[in-house]
Design a protein around this ligand. Structure first.
Ligand SMILES: Nc1nc2c(c(=O)[nH]1)N[C@H]1C(S)=C(S)[C@@H](COP(=O)(O)O)O[C@H]1N2
Ligand SMILES: [Mo]
Length: 426
């Protein structure tokens, strides 16, 4: 019997040296050398348990959930904000996501009277008021109208609202997580309004939900006929219960409160209704006591999602991917700059291509970190040329009484141990 040479890899100094030399100009530099173990690594050299068995059968997960190692990528709330279950807010784990689409299962929720369960068979949508023919649609009726699919962000007007007086919540999930971005499939609202026939005096619509709060809002006819969708799918599947199943309104670029869930009625009128949601709420009291009203559009905003307080730099000095999100209710994002010294100097980040109008954009800035402290910021510019302001610039105009529409620049203080904290620079 002839002796055959062993096929087991050897990790003597010579071979290691060869590996090191062969990749020195490429992968080794890019990874900071972290991938090259000094001793034989059983994860490379040994056949692992998962390679010796059959995995789960395909019918084990007819509707899949994330693997158990990812169970901390979840919506979270801030206990002092949600005193009871019927007035609830939670936050998208934006610190742990990448790309731009928010998985429905972790897209934040905001309900004024809880999330209701409404079956398609029980669903009705009424259009009444200043129309030629008042109409009631069933879910099946809606499915027969021409539909479109579009990606849009939804941001609650109160996102970052707790930060008006100063840095407060420690994590991008909590400071900026009242935003999600999904691909909606729905009927242009214009088609349904045309079906009913809007009378010439019809200049506004009132939109209401089927939940107890009804969340009524007035929307000018111009916007209703422009780009609103009566949506029944998000990210390809039926809306989740908490996002308005079976039908919600999509109002691209406008504050989340107008995106009525469980949409049940659209009334056409000749003036706004002045509902609770647009008078005592979703109106800002200025420093002099006057009210700033009808602030529908979400202005350009951005945030570094990693590194951030929930995403410290664990790998020490060397290459670090600085990444975040940027969006504008007025169009697209044309540029994002990143600062590591609290806004003194700026560096243009890489914006991911194929971004959508009034949708989240992803930016990256690849940095070789020397381990010194950073005051990390991002600053978005949108397609109208508007540049995201500092928090102090906003306060100079709007005072400190506001809750809504805080789109100021966020600062993370990244310390030399890689931990990060929510701070402000003056
Ligand atoms: N019917 C109804 N629609 C509603 C609400 C509600 O409580 N009831 N909340 C509004 C608010 S304030 C926001 S920010 C968004 C939140 O949408 P989401 O829960 O899908 O994130 O829905 C809006 N639409
Ligand atoms: Mo909201």
């Amino acid at each position: 019997m002839s002796e055959r040479p062993t096929e087991k890899p050897e990790f003597g100094p010579t071979r290691r040296g060869f590996l090191r030399a062969s990749v020195a100009g490429g992968a080794l530099v890019a990874t900071g050398g972290a991938a090259f173990a000094q001793t034989p690594d059983p994860l490379i050299t040994e056949v692992q348990p998962w390679a010796r068995v059959f995995g789960d059968g395909i019918d084990a997960t007819p509707y899949g959930m994330p693997i158990r190692f990812e169970t901390d990528v979840i919506r979270r709330n801030v206990p002092w904000l949600t005193a009871d279950v019927t007035s609830s807010i939670n936050f998208t784990p934006i610190h742990a996501l990448d790309g731009t689409i928010t998985p429905a299962g972790c897209g934040f929720e905001r309900h004024h009277s809880g999330a209701i369960e409404l079956a398609k068979e029980d669903y009705r949508l009424m259009i009444n008021g200043l129309v030629e023919t008042p109409l009631v649609f069933t879910y099946a009726d809606l499915e027969r109208f021409p539909r479109e699919s579009r990606v849009h962000f939804l941001e609650c007007a109160a996102n970052s609202g707790m930060e008006w007086a100063g840095a407060q919540l420690n994590g991008s999930q909590f400071t900026h997580g009242m935003v999600h971005n999904m691909e909606y499939t729905g009927i242009p609202l214009r088609l349904l309004l045309e079906e009913a026939g809007v009378k010439p005096e019809g200049k506004w619509i009132l939109v209401e939900g089927a939940d107890a709060s009804s969340n009524g809002r007035s929307i000018p006819m111009e916007k209703a006929l422009d780009d609103c969708l009566v949506a029944f799918k998000a990210n390809g599947e039926a809306l989740r219960k908490e996002h308005g199943y079976p039908v919600r309104l999509v109002v691209p670029g406008w504050e989340g409160n107008m995106w009525v869930k469980w949409l049940r009625r659209i009334e056409v009128g000749d003036m706004p209704w002045e509902t609770r949601e647009e008078t005592s709420k979703y109106t800002d009291t200025m420093a002099d006591g006057s009210a700033r009203k009808w602030t529908w559009i979400m202005d350009a905003k951005s945030v570094v999602t990693s590194p951030s307080p929930q995403m410290p730099i664990k790998s020490g000095p060397g290459p670090v991917v600085i990444t975040g999100l940027a969006w504008s209710g007025r169009g697209t994002i044309t540029r994002v700059d990143v600062s590591m010294d609290g806004g003194k100097t700026w560096h243009e980040a890489r914006l991911q291509p194929h971004s959508h109008d009034k949708a989240l954009h992803r930016f990256y800035f690849d940095h070789v970190w020397d381990g010194s402290e950073m005051l990390l910021q991002s600053r978005a510019t949108d397609s109208t040329g508007y540049v995201q302001p500092t928090k102090n610039a906003l306060r100079a105009i709007r005072g400190l009484n506001s809750v809504y529409h805080n789109n100021g620049i966020q600062t993370w203080w990244v310390k030399s141990d890689g931990e990060a904290e929510n701070v402000e620079v003056s």
